[in-house]
Design a protein around this ligand. Structure first.
Ligand code: COA
Length: 315
């Protein structure tokens, strides 16, 4: 499969580190030096599903296709206001498609998992054109009095249309259960049979453990995928890595012995937008003209679970 079109939509509200310092014991200096983030786009009056539909329509337009051409829609999402129906069905209706659709929750690695599902459907002869939409609002998961987590995230939606061609060279995925490192707990409806006391718990994170996992997993996934497809790190034009922390991205550069110039970043004014992060970066750099037809691109993402994955694609 090959990337035929991309689109992304970000919330209007820009929240700077100085704005956070007004109600949190933090500073621009601390956040920027530890994470790279200076500002992030945060959902205020927008609805995530509207942003997802808009991103999907932009990607279809970019691909020169319409919703009727699609054989499958995959939506990567950790949380949104609906528990059911799934976001992919809302997107299907919003763009006027009629193909099967599914949601996946693979945290920040969702785009890589969706790419693998799309590629597998295609190889099985079940789908020629697939729409992937990553739509995330992690700012609705954190406790905004917790300076350790809420400063890290931003929201956004991004879509990619895949069609015929030899673009996807290889993908590898991994998972290692570590459920106490990055998690959120949600209380379901009470029933007459639930006797224990239950409480919602906003996003909890053991930051240093997550940091170490991310560097190790990304290095391993990227090296494995490159070796599987017989491409050397030096032959890669661009590395599009999940935008979680600039120091994680620098550590991956060091591990692969690759120059900073091959790693486009947008963490500075986006923050970590979970699974939307990689496809937003992809869309922005395609539209800027940085990623060109024939370029070899590595995508890599990692997140809660832990789960991670990498892909080698030719644009
Ligand atoms: N502003 C000011 N101080 C802060 C702060 C903030 N926003 N957040 C934490 N601190 C404080 C801590 O309370 C701690 O203070 P103490 O020493 O008095 O207890 C101190 O800064 C150091 O905290 P620590 O957690 O050790 O910092 P760190 O260097 O590990 O950086 C992260 C914290 C979260 C930035 C870093 O661990 C990280 O990026 N981890 C990966 C997170 C991630 O990517 N998650 C998503 C994965 S998809």
């Amino acid at each position: 499969m090959k990337i035929k079109g991309t689109g992304s939509v970000l919330p209007k509200k820009i929240v700077t580190n100085d704005m956070l310092s007004e109600f949190l014991d933090t500073s621009d200096q601390w956040i920027a030096s530890r994470t790279g983030v200076r500002s992030r786009k945060v959902i205020s009056d927008e609805k995530l599903e509207d942003m997802a539909v808009e991103a999907a329509l932009l990607a279809l337009e970019d691909a020169g296709m319409n919703a009727g051409n699609l054989d499958l829609i995959i939506c990567s999402n950790v949380v949104n206001e609906y528990i059911t129906p799934q976001l992919s069905c809302i997107i299907q209706g919003g763009i006027g498609a009629s193909c099967p659709c599914m949601d996946i929750n693979c945290a920040c690695a969702g785009f890589l998992y969706a790419l693998d599902i799309a590629d597998s459907y295609n190889k099985a002869g079940k789908a020629r054109n697939v729409l992937i939409v990553c739509a995330e609002e992690p700012t609705r998961m954190t406790d905004w009095t917790d300076r350790r987590t809420c400063v890290l995230f931003g929201d956004g939606a991004a879509a990619v249309v895949l069609g015929e061609g030899e673009g996807i060279k290889g993908i590898s995925l991994s998972a290692a259960s570590a459920t106490d490192k990055l998690w959120q707990y949600r209380v379901l409806q009470p029933t007459p049979y639930i006797t224990k006391e239950e409480h919602d718990v906003p996003l909890q994170m053991k930051g240093q453990d997550v940091f170490k996992f991310a560097v190790k997993a990304a290095g391993k996934d990227i090296s494995k995928t490159l070796s599987d497809v017989g491409v050397r790190p030096d032959d890669v034009d661009w590395y599009l890595v999940h935008q979680a922390n600039i120091r994680i991205i620098e550590a991956i550069q060091d591990y692969l012995e690759q120059p900073e110039s091959k790693f486009p970043v947008n963490i500075y004014d986006h923050g970590n937008s979970s699974s939307s992060s990689c496809p937003i970066l992809l869309d922005e750099n395609r539209r800027k003209g940085l990623l060109r037809e024939g370029d070899i691109v590595v995508l890599s993402a990692f997140g809660a679970g832990f789960v991670s994955g990498a892909a080698v694609i030719e644009m």
